[in-house]
Write a protein that binds this ligand. Structure first.
Ligand SMILES: [Zn+2]
Length: 155
C-alpha cells in the first residue's frame, strides 16, 4: 500500500511517498497528471518496491519526463537506492538529490541511517565518515560496499 502526500508550491510539485510499491500501485491515480514544471519526489518512507512496482514506477515517471517535467528524487531510502543501482533508467533522467546510507555500530550492532546529499558524497569521494551510535554512543561505520551502494553516482 502506497500513500501519497502532495504539495504544490510555485512551479514545483512536492510528492511524498510512503509505504510499499507493489502490484496494485497506480501512480497515475495516486499522483495524477501534474501541471507543474518540476516534481520533487521524497522517497524516505518507501520501505519496499518489488519488480512489478519497479515497472509501474519507470512507466509513470518516464511518461512525465517525456512531457518535459524535471524530476528530482530526495531522501531516497535504501530500498530505492538499491533499485537505482540495479535498473539503469530507474530515475528516468531525473536527479538524485540525497540518499540514506546504512551504518552499523561496531559496539552494539545497532543499524542506523545517515542522510547524505549526492553532491557531498562526490565531494568526499565516497569516504563516509563514522556516525555516533544513537543507542550507545559508539562508532557506527558505513555498512555496505561503496562500489555497489554508490555505483550509480560513479557511472
Ligand atoms: Zn551502538
Amino acid at each position: 500500500m502506497l500513500n501519497v502526500v502532495k504539495n504544490e508550491k510555485d512551479d514545483t510539485l512536492l510528492v511524498k511517498l510512503s509505504g510499499s510499491i507493489e502490484e496494485n500501485v497506480d501512480f497515475a491515480a495516486l499522483i495524477g497528471n501534474p501541471t507543474a514544471k518540476k516534481m520533487d519526489i521524497v522517497c524516505r518512507e518507501i520501505l519496499r518496491i518489488n519488480s512489478v512496482g519497479v515497472k509501474a514506477w519507470v512507466k509513470y515517471f518516464q511518461s512525465l519526463a517525456a512531457k518535459g517535467l524535471k524530476l528530482r528524487f530526495l531522501e531516497c531510502s535504501t530500498a530505492i537506492v538499491e533499485q537505482i543501482n540495479l535498473i539503469s533508467n530507474f530515475t528516468c533522467g531525473g536527479e538524485v538529490e540525497s540518499i540514506f546510507v546504512p551504518f552499523c555500530c561496531t559496539k552494539c550492532n545497532t543499524e542506523l541511517l545517515g542522510l547524505f546529499r549526492a553532491a557531498d558524497l562526490k565531494k568526499i569521494n565516497f569516504e563516509i565518515p563514522d556516525l555516533k551510535c544513537s543507542q550507545c554512543g559508539g562508532e557506527a561505520k558505513f555498512d555496505d560496499i561503496p562500489e555497489e551502494y554508490f555505483g550509480f553516482l560513479q557511472r
